[in-house]
Design a protein around this ligand. Structure first.
Ligand SMILES: C[S@@+](CC[C@H](N)C(=O)[O-])C[C@H]1O[C@@H](n2cnc3c(N)ncnc32)[C@H](O)[C@@H]1O
Length: 229
């Protein structure tokens, strides 16, 4: 991936080395409030809305796109919220290496890259490996929230989540187009404006499960090159 890199100096932005040194998100936030993760936060509009509604929780926004991270940090700074931190990091790498068992109260994924061509579908974020990793990281009753504008992705994600015995569906159908009070991200709004429905899947982890640590999947890029943060 080639992208224009800008140094991000915002106090919201946490380079990996800072997290490593601090040892935990609780130490970075200065409290041990429940933690939620947004994967692929784009320009940060969703995370600001959800964090405003839940001042009792801490939020980590992650994205791999430097310019999106920069915009997200500015947006968070303008909001005045102190319960969000941002990292430029691959989500599964963060989960595997820094987020332990039952560390997350919620995971949010909105309009992830759809990889529409058949031969690209194996690159999609939501698959059984990711569900296993999420179940390991989620607390009892922790939420796994997924939205997409892409029909094929929405239907296959809903089928996967709905047949997962370790999850309870928060809706009555595997996916819904009724967004209720779920905050709307930039991409969601873009597709709603075009008259396209959003597929929303909201599931909760069942309590009292014993889940083995998932094996690290080498199929995605685990580390950034030197000098990138
Ligand atoms: C289509 S955009 C959606 C942005 C935002 N969620 C929204 O709905 O407006 C997908 C975003 O996910 C990020 N992304 C893709 N794969 C990722 C991964 N494995 N870890 C972290 N971010 C990722 C991309 O860089 C991009 O910013």
């Amino acid at each position: 991936m080639s992208q224009r890199m800008t140094l991000i100096t915002s106090p919201i932005f946490v380079p990996e080395a800072q997290l490593k040194k601090a040892g935990s998100f609780a130490s970075l936030f200065g409290n041990s409030n429940p933690l939620a993760l947004e994967i692929g936060c784009g320009i940060g509009d969703f995370i600001v809305q959800i964090a405003q509604r839940h001042p009792e929780q801490n939020f980590i926004a992650v994205d791999i796109f430097n310019q999106g991270c920069r915009q997200t940090c500015s947006r968070i700074e303008s909001s005045g919220l102190s319960n969000i931190l941002m990292m430029r990091i691959e989500a599964r790498y963060l989960m595997h290496h820094y987020l332990g068992e039952k560390s997350l109260q919620a995971i949010y994924i909105n309009c992830p890259d759809p990889w529409p061509k058949k031969r690209q579908r194996k690159r999609r974020l939501l698959n059984q490996n990711f569900v296993d990793l999420s179940l390991y990281c989620l607390q009892d009753h922790g939420e796994l929230n997924f939205s997409t504008d892409f029909t094929d992705y929405g239907e296959s994600a809903a089928e996967l989540l709905n047949r997962e015995e370790r999850l309870n569906n928060l809706a009555t159908t595997p996916y819904t187009h009724e967004l209720g009070n779920y905050p709307i991200s930039k991409y969601m709004q873009r597709f709603l404006d075009l008259g396209q429905p959003i597929f929303l899947c909201r599931y909760k982890k069942k309590p009292d499960l014993n889940i083995d640590p998932p094996k690290v999947n080498k199929g995605f890029r685990l580390r950034w090159g030197k000098g990138e943060s």
